[in-house]
Design a protein around this ligand. Structure first.
Ligand code: ADP
Ligand code: MG
Length: 247
């Protein structure tokens, strides 16, 4: 169970997040939709302390952290419980696929090398890239790199994985394979918050859809509720722009 209360964040005079509350159950997949500039990335970055929120707190299981007061030890503890997958996954270029995945296990988790490689091979299998074990990032397509990034996030068994538009930097023909991997991971019961503009994917994968605009949650519900029984005018207008992409 993850409980987020009253996150706000300003950059200078710009109030970007205006008091966001969100509770997420274990294993739940929450998809966040919203126009560009509405604060979606800032929200995810605050959860992971890549940005320091001005107010609010987060509890993950027993760990409760106040954003504006957290000390580095608490931040580290919280970071251990979260993993972020960015638009473009930043793999280590001089390390192979498997080395990228096991790095955190060996260095941060102090897991013996042979055991880490076992876990790594399992994860490579999960993301469908077993045969790419020794390939370097430049030898992989964008979609494959993104899948290695997902395997790397999974390796550290976080309580929640945060995805920030994981396919928006990919060539269109590589989007499907990446979304399929995310779907597969979701089915294994990993808690996820996903920011995406892929509407049919959102419809399929989400337990809950949140529409965010201008730093507030405008509407939330099941995919059916948000996509088909939309209540708020602002959500309707946003979704209308994607009408061709939904079913
Ligand atoms: P989204 O991900 O929904 O497109 P963002 O969270 O990236 O939105 O950005 C929301 C707003 O916050 C934008 O106006 C953006 O310019 C601003 N912003 C984001 N990061 C910073 C920053 N580090 N410094 C100043 N302004 C920022
Ligand atoms: Mg963004």
């Amino acid at each position: 169970m993850i409980e987020i209360k009253n996150i706000s964040k300003s950059f200078g005079k710009n109030n970007i997040l205006k008091g966001i509350d969100l509770s997420i159950n274990k294993g739940e997949v929450v998809v966040i939709l919203g126009p560009s500039g509405s604060g979606k990335s800032t929200f995810l970055r605050c959860l992971n302390f890549l940005e320091r929120a001005d107010t609010g707190e987060i509890s993950i299981d027993q760990t409760k952290v106040e954003f504006n007061k957290a000390k580095s030890k608490e931040i580290l503890a919280l970071r251990r419980k979260t993993a972020m997958v960015f638009q473009q996954y930043d793999l280590f270029h001089h390390k192979s696929a498997i080395e990228n995945i096991v790095e955190g296990l060996i260095i941060a988790r102090k897991i013996p090398k042979h055991k880490a490689y076992e876990i790594g091979m399992d994860l490579l299998d999960k993301v469908g890239l077993k045969e790419k074990r020794d390939a370097y990032p430049h030898q992989l397509s964008g979609g494959q790199q993104q899948r290695i990034g997902i395997a790397r996030a999974l390796a550290l068994t976080p309580e929640v994985i945060l995805f920030d538009e994981p396919t928006s930097a990919l060539d269109p023909e590589l989007v499907g394979e990446t979304l399929d991997v995310i779907k597969k991971v979701a089915q294994t019961g990993v808690t996820m918050i996903i920011v995406t503009h892929e509407m049919s994917f959102a419809y399929e994968i989400a337990d809950r859809v949140i529409f965010m605009e201008d730093g507030v949650i405008v509407e939330e519900g099941t995919p059916k509720e948000v996509f088909e029984q939309t209540r708020e005018e602002r959500t309707k207008q946003f979704l209308a722009r994607f009408a061709y992409a939904t079913r």
